[in-house]
Each structure stands twice: as structure tokens, then as C-alpha cells.
Ligand binder design. Structure first.
Ligand code: ATP
Ligand code: MG
Length: 439
């Protein structure tokens, strides 16, 4: 559990400029739109959690709230903001780029907004990726398309080169839209900026389709992603039900965290088994997958298995390979599960109709659904408010319906994952009736 000190967000300095947003709230009796600089959002939200700490209330961990401040750090007339998207695709990236640009132009009067191309590689002049001017006209309806108009990439980049480029272009604040690796990279950039004593802020908008970044509540694009995955599960269910001894096997994203598998399965209650990285399972034990599936197909005539790509890695041979960013490549659990099921039915002389569905990239590439679009726009606005107020080395998040600022070191120290003892996993077990322990 983080302490109050862990939750302090860094700032470039005192805020000397009145926020242009003041014109919207001028004349109102109270300026409730503005966040009070001495307000905080509690980390714990139940009396029992607070009691467990045994600390006086003022030292209880709390987050800095997100939102507009009456006084800001950067002078909007001269501010230049950079935007970059890094890592894998996720629904909503274009919504975020659009909302950052529009908030800066429309409400802060900032007209220098530069988009860096193809992730962190776009900062290195050696790659020759020319930055683009992000304008309201350019970002007009980009939210209708999936992907990112800026492009993205993986692979290490030197923070010294990145900061050289920020300085050369006169960037005052950089908004990084990316996953855990990107936030590691953002922190390295902050370290280099600090080493040089520069007043340049770095604010992250966490992007993780797997929802595996801690402390930020739900990540943008996650709801769209599990909605898409649930369509594949529904299709697998129809296929399985319509065949004799039909089995649907659906592979969904989730390298280290099974949130997509859990939510997609709960969205339509068609899954008989949900297998996630956090909960080990055996293939051939009495309550293992093969025997349990055999029983379920005998009882109901068909079954659907939802398999997160990172589940059951202990059954695969370590690939020993990694991608350009150093993330290890997963073993192919889907093939192992599929072959084990086919062999079991064959050995028992039973007919089997197994349909394997891998919605894979189709999940990442879709545009955000309306609720994610709203969320993207609001996260982007909160990130702009934070950047203009001189915050740095932080990401925006939304916990319990409150937008908050979270220090980057806190979000990169561990991964968020499904708690096998928690209420989400219990809901999945209730929905599937799979054995509690499948080892
Ligand atoms: P996702 O995994 O959700 O697709 P990600 O941001 O984790 O997104 P990565 O490819 O791991 O994707 O990282 C994106 C960029 O962040 C890389 O191109 C690299 O420049 C930088 N990066 C990744 N890991 C680190 C690290 N440990 N330290 C510094 N920079 C990193
Ligand atoms: Mg990552």
C-alpha cells in the first residue's frame, strides 16, 4: 500500500498565470469547476481500510485531484505542447489525440501542438520522421477511425536524444499516450529533464488494452476491447451449440492480466471455462481442463472455453524470444489446449467439433465505443489541465469516479492483475460454474 509521500505529484514550480478557463467561470458565485490545490482524493474508501492504517486522517494516503486550476504554470501565449503515442494499438488513441488538441486550442488558446510520429522513435532525427502540426482541422473526425494518426512503435530510444529534440523544438510539455513500457520511457525522459534543470513537464495518459496498469482505475479502450471479445465468445457459443459435441475455444488478449477474458465472459454468460494468467490450471488432472470439459460436454452437449493468451504458460515451452521493447514472447497455449482436447476425444472414440476463434488484432483496431470515447475525451482534458498547471512525472487516472493524478513511479512499480481471491474472479466462477481449483 503506498504512503502519502508515494502519492505526491511533482510540479515544475509555482503557478503564476491565471487560467484562461477562468473566463468560463467568471461571474459565478463559486468557482466549483476549479480544483482547489489543497483538496485530495482519498486512497482508501472504506472505514475498515482507513482503520487498518491506524493513522490520523491527514496522513492517510490520498491522490491529487485532476481538473482545471485557477492559476497555471505555463503561459498559454507561448506554450508548445508535444504529443506521442507508443506501444501497441488500443481503441481510443485517436479520441485522446483529438481531445488533447481541441482542449489546448479551444480553452487554453495554445496553438503550438506538435505530434511526434511513430512513438519515441519520432524524436530521433536519424529516423527522419517529421513531426506534424496538430490542429483542430487535422484532428476533426479522427476519432471515427481506430489506430493512431501519429503512428506508434516499440524499441528502445535514448532519453538524451529525446530531450535534445524537445529542447530544439521548444516543447514545454509532453503528453505521452502509451503502456507500461512507455511510462518507463516517460520517467527516463523526466530524469534527463531534471538532470538538465529544464522546466519541461511530462504527463502520461495510460494506454493498456489489458487493463494491467495499477492505480488508474479502468484504462481507456478496455471496455471497447472486451465488448469486441464478447462478440467472438457469442459466435463460439452459437457454433458449439449447433454442432454435435461442439467445443468453442476463444483466445483473447491478456498477457499478464486476465481482465479482458473475465469481462468478455461476464458480458454474455456463454463461457463454460475462463482461463487466465493469474489462476493456474492443469490439463489432465481430475479437475483439470480436459476432464472438466469432458464432463461439461456430456452434461450439456457443448461448451465454450475463453482463454487469455498469457494463461497456462507453464504448459508451454518458453520461447526465449522477445519483441523490440524487450517484452518476452508468449508460448502458444491455444495450440496446446486444442491438441489436448482433440487427443482426449479421439482416444475416447468420441466425435468432436472444435472451433477455434482468435479475434486478436480485430479487437485492438476498432474505434472506441461511445462510453470509451467519452472517457478518452475526459482523460485527455484532465491531462491537459495537469500539463498546463506544470505537473510532471505523472499519469491521469479515474478511481471511483474521481479523476486523479498518479506519480509515474507508482504505476510502473508493479502490474495490475485479477485477484484470484477477489470479487471479479468470484463473479466469473459464478457465471461459468467451472471448478474452483482446476489444478
Ligand atoms: P503495450 O505493451 O501496452 O503495447 P507499451 O508502452 O508497454 O505498450 P512497449 O513497446 O513496451 O509498449 O514500450 C513502448 C516504448 O517505450 C518503447 O518503444 C521504448 O522506447 C519505451 N520503453 C519500453 N520499456 C522501457 C523501459 N523499461 N525503460 C525505458 N523505456 C522503455
Ligand atoms: Mg507493455
Amino acid at each position: 500500500m503506498p504512503s502519502l509521500a508515494d502519492l505526491q505529484v511533482s510540479s515544475l514550480g509555482p503557478c503564476a498565470y491565471p487560467s484562461p478557463l477562468g473566463s468560463y467561470v467568471a461571474g459565478r458565485e463559486t468557482n466549483e469547476y476549479f480544483v482547489s490545490e489543497d483538496d485530495r482524493v482519498l486512497y482508501d474508501d472504506t472505514i475498515s481500510l482507513l482503520r487498518r492504517r491506524g493513522e490520523p486522517l491527514e496522513t492517510c494516503p490520498s491522490f491529487e485531484p485532476g481538473g482545471p486550476r485557477p492559476q497555471i504554470f505555463h503561459d498559454p501565449a507561448t506554450t508548445h505542447v508535444g504529443v506521442v503515442t507508443c506501444g501497441g494499438l488500443c481503441p481510443g488513441l485517436n479520441d485522446v489525440i483529438r481531445a488533447v488538441t481541441l482542449e489546448l486550442y479551444t480553452h487554453y488558446g495554445v496553438t503550438q501542438v506538435t505530434g511526434f510520429r511513430n512513438g519515441y522513435a519520432g524524436f530521433d532525427p536519424a529516423h527522419g520522421f517529421e513531426p506534424v502540426d496538430l490542429t483542430p482541422a487535422l484532428v476533426g473526425s479522427i476519432n471515427e477511425r481506430g489506430g493512431t494518426i501519429l503512428g506508434t512503435s516499440r524499441g528502445a530510444q535514448d532519453p538524451v536524444v529525446i530531450v535534445d529534440r524537445l529542447v530544439a523544438l521548444g516543447i514545454d510539455a509532453l503528453i505521452v499516450i502509451g503502456g507500461d513500457g512507455s511510462m518507463h520511457g516517460a520517467h527516463r525522459i523526466v530524469e534527463e529533464i531534471t538532470r538538465r534543470g529544464l522546466p519541461i513537464g511530462v504527463v502520461g495518459i495510460p494506454k493498456t488494452i489489458d487493463n494491467d496498469i495499477p492505480h488508474i482505475g479502468q484504462s481507456f479502450g478496455f471496455a471497447t476491447a472486451f465488448g469486441e471479445a464478447s462478440k467472438a465468445i457469442a459466435a463460439a457459443h452459437v457454433e458449439a451449440e449447433s454442432a454435435y459435441n461442439g467445443v468453442g475455444l476463444v483466445k483473447v488478449m491478456g498477457r499478464h492480466a486476465g481482465f479482458i477474458a473475465c469481462y468478455a465472459a461476464l458480458a454474455n454468460h456463454d463461457a463454460d471455462f475462463v482461463l487466465i494468467p493469474e489462476v493456474p490450471f492443469s490439463l489432465h488432472g481430475e479437475n483439470g481442463l480436459v476432464r472438466s470439459l469432458e464432463r461439461r460436454v456430456r452434461e450439456r452437449g457443448s461448451a465454450v472455453i475463453v482463454l487469455a493468451e498469457g494463461a497456462g504458460q507453464e504448459h508451454t515451452l518458453a520461447t526465449g524470444r522477445s519483441d523490440a521493447s524487450g517484452n518476452s514472447r508468449l508460448g502458444d497455449i491455444a495450440t496446446i489446449v486444442r491438441e489436448a482436447i482433440e487427443k482426449d476425444f479421439h482416444d475416447r472414440g468420441e466425435e468432436l467439433t472444435l472451433k477455434f476463434l482468435d479475434p486478436g488484432y480485430g479487437i485492438r483496431a476498432v474505434p472506441a465505443d461511445p462510453s470509451d470515447s467519452v472517457y478518452c475525451a475526459r482523460l485527455a482534458q484532465v491531462a491537459v489541465h495537469a500539463a498546463m498547471a506544470g505537473r510532471t512525472d505523472m499519469v491521469v487516472g479515474r478511481r471511483r469516479h474521481r479523476f486523479v493524478h498518479v506519480p509515474i513511479p507508482l504505476v510502473i512499480e508493479r502490474r495490475h492483475s485479477v485477484n484470484p481471491e477477489g470479487d471479479l474472479w468470484l463473479s466469473v466462477l459464478e457465471s461459468t460454474s467451472q471448478p474452483l481449483d482446476m489444478r
